[in-house]
Design a protein around this ligand. Sequence first.
Ligand code: URA
Length: 434
Amino acid sequence: MRAVDLIAKKRDGAALSRDEIRWLIASYANGTIPDYQMSAWAMAVVWRGMDDRETADLTMAMAESGDMLDLHDLVPLTVDKHSTGGVGDKTTLLLAPMIAAVGLPMAKMSGRGLGFSGGTVDKLESIPGLRTNLSAEEFRHALSTVGLVIAAQSGDLAPADKKLYALRDVTATVESIPLIAASVMSKKLAAGADCIILDVKYGSGAFMHTPEAARTLAQTMVAIGKHAGRRVAATISSMQQPLGFAIGNALEVREAIAALRGHGPDDLVELCLTLGTQLVRLTGLRDNDAAARSLLQEALTSGAAWQRFVQMIAHQGGDLRFIEEPELLPTAPVQLNLMAPQSGYVAAIDGQALGTVCNQLGGGRQRKDDRIDSRVGLVLYAKVGDAVNNDMPLVTIHAASIPDAERVIPQLRAAYQIASSPVAVPPLIEEIVR
Ligand code: URA
């Protein structure tokens, strides 16, 4: 086979066979096909798309390019969760302990920040001492002793996706439903979970901008998972505004800790209960939404989820003083309030703009190996629909220096729309795809 023929075939709108896709991915992973040919093929996919069979074949080819974890010698059934990425999205920090607390083993491989959206591993690493780069043995040991582990993605899991993703990031080929679906699902399938809940986000703070695009992505990923013999469901949730009130690594850990102790923001807790309900139902532990939800609610209110979080942090080397007294977590030296420009009602918050501001403050990476500043970020005081007065702060900027904080003020001002009359609050959960 020749790469140039497969690029031309996709450019002309034809479907590649399973053998052609497997050959392409294997040859790219082993370095036989150069980046320039692979980017030409990826761009052809962006324009021409892939049918369901091709997307499933691409997913399996990338999943099988590295280790396929099998954890059944440790636990009878494992569960996993994936979010397509958003701003202020700290759901894993709350949902994973809730799920483990109801007796479902959660072995989660998480990512670092990508573009304007944060990553669970970066957030967790703001807890001094905590390790997320676990060896395969450490990962397995944590699962069998604590029933909960959150680790950075190992290099041996779906390495073809890792290489292709880095290429797509710099060749404007991320925004393709088949490529995103195959990228996400290849990692989920390789990580070995039996039951998977996907949180597909749409809105200004997400990769998918409309509910329709999010629905197509959700349906594609659910179909791939089922085809591979896994139990999968997806929620379509709004990223029309950030989730919760905190954006930034240590700030988000603080907010997740508050939620685990029963003081969480409503939207974060509601999303975790919804995702958890679907996951509990997928496992068969409860057979209806109400029963699954009350099981999870009980894990939260009884403190069982918080205890499980503490055990996980301790097992992964984190210093417990920092979660028992979260005010000890890294704190930015400068905290500057941005006042509401006028009295009225918050009509819109541009999540992507807020995520970008957080990155510019040092909370994300501009280049792959940049160090991030876990102290910086934003704390919001009002969400869409809330009334604001012009003598109250809209947001506190947590920055490393006063010039850093002042530099982002124009972008922050532009990210908010204030209306003079009351505004309807958009629904958080649009739909469940099963
Ligand atoms: N997240 C992924 O893992 N892959 C994509 O392509 C987009 C988001």
